[in-house]
Ligand binder design. Sequence first.
Ligand code: AMP
Ligand code: MG
Length: 329
Amino acid sequence: MTASKVSIERAQALLQAGGLVAFPTETVYGLGVRADDEASVSRLYRVKGRPSRNPLIIHIHDKAQAEALAVWTPLAARLAETFWQGPLTLVLQRKADTKAIVDNACGGLGTVALRMPSHPQAQALLRGCSFVVAAPSANRSSHLSTTDARDVERELGDSIDGVVDGGTTPLGLESTIIDAQGSVPRVLRWGSLSPADLEGRVGGVAWEDACSSVSGGGVLQASGMMARHYAPRTRMRLNAMSFDDNEAVLLYGKRCPAGGRVRLNLSAQGDLKEAAANFYRMLHELDKTGCDSIAVMPIVNEGLGVALNDRLQRGSWRGKLGGHRNVDG
Ligand code: AMP
Ligand code: MG
């Protein structure tokens, strides 16, 4: 059984009644739930298999809504002005006096992650809700994110109440998460906004890169900091320049070695934007082939390539289990 496709109006009614509904954003599909209902939020964590301390991103449709939920800083105002609506999530101190977001939606933290998506269907959905919507990515915890309704259905099936089918999401990679509580932006997860985007549009700011390495220590603050995450079911082999006969192969660029059983190219032109848009869809595709492993060619580690390589490393991480680095959502 799969989740049924629903209209935006039906999705709003389902959310109102405490349901779980997937919807498209410009980054990946989100799995929405009303943020003021503890039981519904708990169900979302159960359905995803997400650890309860991994907080959800709150999706808002206008600045007034954002200001009612969080304590704003000059830095946050500047970033929101520049990048909203868009693939930027801001982490701010949560206002204690609001009942709009239950504690378990924020993993019990005193902070809240806010994002204002630009996707027209996400906007329409959020605008028509009389409650605030929390929405993590629409996938099982630690698996690949989803970028079309078919992959959402394959991933979550009838454990959710509906999906708004908006076709393929244009950017294909999650939002970039920035802690904007202080005066220096702390990047917690690289995503669809690249270092170059940030530098180009808010130049002269000293960014603190708080995305710790896969094996490093540190305090858990975002899924981008978890060792194993964004993983296909099939084992991945990175930086591959030769391929076995029974491998699924993820290529990048013009000059690709021969070999492999199934081959997909993220971008024959070596265009990172195209590669990011294709990334999860192609990995889902290769994951379905039944091949022994997925061999991935090297991807240049600049611009959006930073986020792509981060996902690949975490998706292929096979370290010792135990400790927060291996807990993901
Ligand atoms: P997902 O929506 O599945 O891409 O995951 C969103 C990520 O945002 C989660 O892994 C969280 O760790 C991160 N996040 C949400 N709320 C907060 C917060 N208050 N502080 C830091 N990170 C957060
Ligand atoms: Mg996720």
